[in-house]
Write a protein that binds this ligand. Sequence first.
Ligand SMILES: NC(=O)OP(=O)(O)O
Length: 302
Amino acid sequence: MGERVLIALGGNAMTASDGSASPGDQRRAVEGAMGHVAALLAAGHQVVLTHGNGPQVGNLVLKNQLAADVVPPVPLDWCGAQTQATIGTLVLNALEGRAAVVVTRTLVDPADPAFADPVKPIGRYFTEDEARRFEVLGQTWRRFERGWRRVVASPEPLQILDAPAVAALMAAGFVVVAAGGGGVPVVRTPSGRLAGVEAVVDKDLAAALLARTVRAATLVIATDVPCAWTGFGTPTARPIGAVTAAGLRELQAAGHFAGGSMGPKVEAALRFVEHGGDRAVITSLEGIGAAVAGETGTVVRK
Ligand SMILES: NC(=O)OP(=O)(O)O
């Protein structure tokens, strides 16, 4: 018997590992990912998809800024919406059958402290000299292991505003792609209107919220490693298999999960299970079928 599964696709399902995000790389990566999704659909599961957009949205906004003398640049939230459409189109082309993409807005708090502390890396890696050149444009850049990347605000997702459209399409039998790139971040203004903001929401945290909202039984967070680890990168590293939410919180508190990589995935898995989801699985893209079958990955249950 199939179940309702929300799959959050990580960067390796979207582009080549260097983050350069050429059109060919993106198309090939999405086609590969959809092969794994098709196997789940063939097994009778109802699938909702979401995806990251870090490299793509960073490249888009940078192109806008570099071409500002020629055409008016558009803001970061517009670029986020554009990535939902382009990545969603690749998914539609790669999937056979009824599928739809929902341009999805995510409500955030204008007073979220994340707006004063940009930490979300977007775009490709640059050298320090190049990054310093872009800092003149008013951007914040940080050094990572593989080079320099722009960082932007990443506020907490509070509500997936377009979840009702997602639910309606699911009920009509569509595979739905929604909340891509964490959703287009919007705030409610004092006059009660919705307005986009300069931010990129974490797609794993948004996926956990969407999964709860559409009552998915399983949240699968697909990444480039088969599971979460304690002591990752050290000689005492150990894979984490089945774990309770309480047990995983303890490992999280002990500092086992790095902020920019496994940290948000673990937090998303915990939030989903702690708020009533049956199970959350962190696994590789290749492992999503086996993960839903209960055979692999870090499996979090209450
Ligand atoms: N929006 C987002 O979290 O995208 P990435 O996972 O690609 O960074």
